[in-house]
Design a protein around this ligand. Structure first.
Ligand SMILES: Cc1cc2nc3c(=O)[nH]c(=O)nc-3n(C[C@H](O)[C@H](O)[C@H](O)COP(=O)(O)O)c2cc1C
Length: 203
């Protein structure tokens, strides 16, 4: 089982990436075989342009390895910081560049990250608008990490012990649920019911 962790922050030293690395260690500690991190730090993907649909060589070279990585994944963790009450543009751009061929009918757990008391807006945004055509399946369990600087740090002295203990337990529990959805939804894809040449886009 391969669960890819998408870290949606553009910042190089992002808290989202810190959270991604913690989740990676939890997943690789017996929950799945592989848990690679796909980080959007430093904006590795240009904004969508018409060349994506016209098959420009530039885009083919960039997207082929990305699509292979996503298509070979059985499930996802989507980590989004809250930026001005939104999902960062680079993460929304990733969803423009991906299709049901890579993400369709695979489970994803959302993890929102905030340095303050935020985190609800990007969850609502992802659940409302990021899955229609690619058919990614967000599971009901989600994580909102508030005051993120105070938790999940390697140096225990930097952590608020009470919050840190809570988040570590809660994340591990939620990842166990994601694992079961990942097994279950493989059956849905393997059933053949989701395959169609007629209904390429969601309604
Ligand atoms: C452009 C920008 C806008 C932000 N807006 C918000 C916000 O609206 N609400 C919030 O809780 N935090 C906001 N933050 C702070 C983030 O919560 C903080 O950077 C946190 O560490 C998560 O982002 P990161 O993964 O990029 O580090 C903002 C940060 C940036 C860089």
């Amino acid at each position: 089982m391969k669960i890819t962790i998408i870290s949606g922050s553009h910042r190089v030293n992002a808290q989202s990436l810190k959270v991604a690395k913690f989740i990676q260690t939890q997943l690789e500690d017996g929950l799945c075989d592989e848990a690679p991190i796909l980080s959007l730090a430093d904006n590795p993907l240009p904004l969508w342009d018409q060349g994506v649909w016209d098959g420009d060589e530039k885009w083919t070279a960039l997207l082929t390895p990305l699509k292979e990585q996503l298509a070979s994944s059985d499930g996802f963790v989507v980590i989004t910081p809250e930026w001005h009450g939104q999902v960062p543009a680079g993460l929304k751009n990733l969803f423009l560049l991906c299709s049901k061929n890579e993400l369709g009918h695979k489970p994803a757990m959302i993890v929102a990250v905030s340095s303050g008391d935020g985190g609800a807006y990007p969850i609502a945004e992802l659940r409302m608008s990021s899955y229609k055509n690619n058919r990614l399946c967000y599971i009901p369990e989600q994580i909102i990490i508030r005051n993120v600087e105070q938790v999940l740090n390697e140096d225990a002295k930097e952590n608020n012990q009470r919050s840190d203990t809570f988040y570590r337990e809660r994340i591990t529990w939620a990842l166990g649920i994601l694992k079961e959805y990942t097994s279950a939804l493989a059956q849905v894809r393997n059933s053949g019911a989701t395959q169609t040449d007629k209904f390429n886009n969601g309604m």
